[in-house]
Design a protein around this ligand. Structure first.
Ligand code: KIV
Length: 262
């Protein structure tokens, strides 16, 4: 573990202020997010957000590695975590280790994130034993849904029991933090009070140790309108208006002017 990483982990555990976590997939956004976030997640949401995939299940390992490299190379303050994509870790702990090592070696990221609870706890234990920093992800799990089946987690008794069981098993497996997505607030509050590692909420609870959102969602560049999204600007509208102006300028020969030419 390098000095930056050691420092980060100590800091994360002792933080008085909530942890700020945002996604980034490319150089420009990484540069901006890096100025304010403690953690940057190269999420597999890159598939739906940048490529228009129907779900995160279509995202490949190569895609994650390429975007991971761009983000790591363009952030100097935040710790970068990369999502292990669907199909890259579920079958066996050996496959998970091979792919996690590939991601970390090729990108230089701090760690990886895997979705799931007890069913992957042996795999996580194995990764942690092999010195991989692992972030967990519980609640609504995007890799489990095929398309447009977004559903709040933790309403039924089965889900409530499973959530408790999964949270305990992730902590025991050695994850350094857990993302909790779209889960009933009361259930989250009940569980996180007994958890001694940082939790990052996304539609979970304001009592989590920090909050995470997809940057393109808060910038108004997607049409994703889950309750937890807070849109700070409507960039789509602004971009559209600029593109329209350019198109008018070209058609009316207002662009280029002398100052734009050699
Ligand atoms: O892929 C992603 O962006 C995520 C966050 C939304 C937590 O997993």
């Amino acid at each position: 573990m390098n000095i930056k990483n050691k420092f980060f982990l100590n800091n994360l555990f002792n933080k008085k202020k909530p942890i700020v976590c945002l996604t980034a997939y490319c150089k420009n956004i990484a540069n901006l997010v890096d100025q304010f976030a403690d953690i940057i997640l190269v999420g597999d949401s890159v598939g739906p957000v940048l490529y228009g995939y129907k779900s995160t299940r279509e995202v490949s390992l190569d895609l994650m590695i390429n975007h991971g490299k761009a983000v790591v190379n363009n952030s100097k303050n935040a710790i970068v975590i990369i999502d292990m994509p669907y199909g890259s870790y579920e079958k066996s702990k050996y496959l998970a280790l091979k792919n996690a090592n590939l991601i970390l070696k090729k990108t230089g990221a701090f760690g990886v994130k895997l979705e799931g609870g007890m069913e992957i706890s042996e795999t996580i234990k194995y990764l942690v034993k092999k010195k991989i920093n692992v972030m967990g992800h519980l609640g609504m799990l995007p890799q489990k849904i095929k398309k447009n089946q977004f559903k709040v987690y933790g309403k039924s008794d089965v889900e409530k029991k499973r959530f408790k069981r999964d949270a305990i098993s992730l902590v025991d497996s050695g994850v350094f933090a857990i993302v909790i997505e779209a889960t009933k607030e009361k259930l989250v509050n009940e569980i996180i009070k007994d958890i001694n590692i940082p939790t990052l909420g996304i539609g979970a609870s304001s009592n989590c140790s920090g909050q995470i959102l997809v940057t393109e969602d808060i910038l108004g560049m997607t049409n994703f309108n889950a309750k937890f999204v807070k849109k700070y600007i409507d960039l789509n509208k602004k971009i559209k208006s600029s593109i329209r102006k350019f198109s008018i300028d070209v058609k009316s020969k207002k662009y280029p002017q002398k100052k734009h030419l050699y």
